[in-house]
Design a protein around this ligand. Structure first.
Ligand code: PLP
Length: 415
């Protein structure tokens, strides 16, 4: 009998039959409060009626077209509508299906546009699981274990992650000085600027532990990018579409990208991703064949259009900011009672609780135990961080004030 690979680890025991808003229901009829949102994907809540209706209508009209064969209306309309929300200047789009493919596309574009081979990635970053995207990933050894040799041409420079440097007692300023100094050294000693196509960075480290960057660090990247003709790729796969309380994570830091990656929250769960770039970059590149059989699937495009409507009509970016503040302040209150939680951090509805043991080491075992206790009590959470030491709260952006309180109540019982 066919079965799923035993190596696929399931973080919760739930076998879902259906979902509605913030809730998932299982075969036994139990209701679970879902603060995972399919890893930050179903931002409009499970099966939002408007998204369902748009997808159903599109299924009846055209399921698949393939954009290098024919053009279809949902893709034309989505491209047009995206200009309402894309950061200024990033007007040229390419579509794929997943965040990893967006990373691959950004990498290909940067190499072709600059004619340079190397990429500088930042410590703790996560960009996906394909060979190229995993090569740029340093959020944990598990993402590369056993499948080397990976892609060459990637060097890694520090991110101003005060959690990593806690043993040194560095504040954000010191961590930022260090990260920028090391970046200069990387460009002197490992990847000459003339060989460096791009920097790739997340506004907030996601899988790396929910660690926001800061404006001075990103300004430093931008300066060096401009000085050396290096492109800045901003990975907004997890931070986009209102997740951080602003439409794009980069808005918190006045960060501007040459190439931006997006996926996850774009279509409420339908697989679609993309990169947006300055047109002159896109025009310089894309020699050879670009495309993909399923990219910008018509039903996914229709779902993305409905998602955009719901985000605007229900003020979900504003709700993410308000509920995010509530969540962070309530979790911070709870954390004061537990020595094991050394930091509550994040932006908007992307909040992590970091667990350390008595010696100050990352404590993935306790984080997992509390996450499991929460699952038993009907609250679904995930972990992240290099040692899975961070329990993260990442609910749909439609979450209510009461649902935040309910989640914090179960969290405290679980602790
Ligand atoms: N980039 C970031 C910042 C992510 O968080 C993820 C997934 O978690 C990816 C890329 C890869 O996306 P996918 O899992 O859709 O390939």
């Amino acid at each position: 009998m066919a079965q799923l690979s035993p190596h696929l680890k399931q973080a919760t025991p739930v076998v879902a039959t259906h979902g509605e808003g913030l809730y998932l229901y299982d075969e036994a009829g139990n209701r679970h409060l879902d603060f995972t949102a399919g890893i930050g994907v179903t931002s409009t809540g499970h099966s939002h009626p408007k998204v369902v209706a748009a997808a159903q209508e599109q299924v009846g009209k055209l399921i698949h077209g393939q954009y290098t064969t024919i053009m279809h209306q949902p893709l034309q309309e989505l491209t047009r509508r995206l200009s309402e929300v894309l950061p200024a200047g990033l007007e040229s789009m390419f579509f794929a299906n997943s965040g990893s493919e967006a990373a691959e596309a950004a990498l290909r574009l940067a190499r072709q546009a600059t004619g340079r081979p190397n990429i500088v990635a930042f410590q703790g970053g996560f960009h996906g699981r394909t060979v190229a995207s995993a090569s740029m990933t340093t959020s944990g050894t598990k993402f590369k274990a056993g499948f080397s040799p990976l892609m060459g041409g990637v060097v890694v420079s520090p991110f101003p992650n005060t959690a990593h440097y806690r043993p040194y007692g560095w504040d954000e300023e010191q961590a930022t000085d260090f990260a920028l100094r090391e970046l200069d050294l990387v460009l002197q000693t490992q990847s000459h600027p003339a060989d460096t196509a791009a920097f790739i960075v997340e506004p907030v480290l996601g899988e790396g532990g929910y660690v926001p960057g800061n404006s001075r660090f990103f300004a430093g990247l931008r300066d060096r990018a401009e000085k050396h003709g290096i492109l800045l790729i901003v990975d907004e796969v997890q931070t986009g579409w209102g997740r951080t309380g602003k439409f794009w994570g980069q808005e918190h830091f006045d960060l501007s990208a040459d190439i931006m990656m997006t996926a996850k929250g774009i279509a409420s769960g339908f697989p679609i991703s993309g990169i947006a770039a300055r047109p002159e970059i896109m025009e310089k590149a894309w020699a050879g064949s670009q495309g993909g059989t399923y990219g910008a699937n018509a039903v996914a495009c229709a779902a993305a259009l409905a998602t955009m409507d719901v985000i605007a009509e229900e003020n979900l970016v504003e709700n993410s900011a308000a509920r995010g503040e509530q969540l962070k302040s309530r979790l911070s209150e709870v954390a004061t009672k537990y020595d094991q939680i050394v930091e509550v951090r994040g932006l908007g509805l992307m909040i992590g609780n970091e667990f350390n043991d008595a010696q100050g080491n990352p404590d993935g075992a306790t984080a997992a135990a509390v996450q499991q206790e929460a699952a038993k009590r009907g609250l679904l959470l995930l972990t992240c961080g290099p040692s899975s030491e961070v329990v993260r709260f990442i609910p749909a952006l439609v979450v209510s004030e009461q649902q935040v309180e309910d989640a914090v109540g179960v969290w405290e019982e679980s602790l």
